[in-house]
Design a protein around this ligand. Structure first.
Ligand code: AMP
Length: 218
């Protein structure tokens, strides 16, 4: 299966992508994860991206496309992949189509996760992340067993700078202006399926597996 996960920040794309990867052993590219790793490692690209990310703005297309192009070319050889958080603009979607066309392959499906604005704000503002192993928690919905440190590796949890209030407002605005046009972009190409991301994680996952079942590769 070759799929794109689309949706505003906080709809649960990353959580669902991780579950699909664990069950079907397909590859995943999360541009958010790649960019955060570049920031942590203080690479030139990370230093360029950090300012945009902290403010909740999109990193320029040229930077993100350059970052994922090589990975995408590798991925097209895998038996399947999920793109989480990419594409996020129409030029990125066009760049993706060009790379895939060049490899003679196509996307199977684009899943659009839908969640209300109020719920997204609640989810993002309560999210806490482990800076070491990247596990995520929520202060109300999925608190760590051990208070304020990571259940997996014991590191102290932090709030991502872009999960802070002002950045969340900016990310939602950026989503509306720059990413939501991808809904009609993929609708026109008859690739889009909508999922209600407001349901509990396991319910969303069941729906997702049902939607993707036709595209499962052995
Ligand atoms: P995410 O973890 O997917 O919410 O991404 C975190 C931040 O990384 C975003 O708010 C953007 O600043 C940046 N980012 C991630 N993916 C992209 C992308 N495809 N295009 C531009 N910026 C991105």
């Amino acid at each position: 299966m070759r799929v794109v996960f689309l949706g505003a920040p906080g709809v649960g794309k990353g959580t669902q992508a991780d579950k699909v990867v664990a069950q079907y052993h397909i590859a995943k590219i999360s541009t958010g994860d790649l960019l955060r790793a570049a920031v942590r490692n203080q690479t030139p690209l990370g230093l360029e991206a950090k300012g945009y990310m902290d403010q909740g703005r999109l990193v320029p297309d040229s930077v993100v496309i350059g970052l994922v192009k090589e990975k995408l070319t590798e991925l097209t050889k895998a038996k399947g992949f999920i793109l989480d958080g990419f594409p996020r603009t129409v030029p990125q979607a066009e760049a993706l189509a060009t790379v895939l066309d060049g490899q003679g392959i196509q996307l199977d499906r684009v899943i659009n996760f839908r969640v209300s604005r109020e719920e997204i704000i609640k989810r993002l503002s309560g999210r806490r992340s482990c800076p070491k192993c990247q596990a995520t928690y929520h202060v109300d919905f999925a608190p760590p067993k051990s208070g304020s440190s990571c259940d997996r590796c014991g590191e102290g949890l932090v709030q991502r700078s872009d999960d802070q209030r002002e950045a969340v407002g900016m990310r939602l605005k950026v989503y509306e202006e720059q990413t939501s046009p991808l809904i009609s972009f993929y609708e026109q190409r008859q690739l889009l399926s909508h999922l209600n991301g407001a349901e509990p994680v396991e319910v969303v996952y069941r729906e997702l597996v049902h939607t993707l079942s036709v595209y499962q590769t052995a």
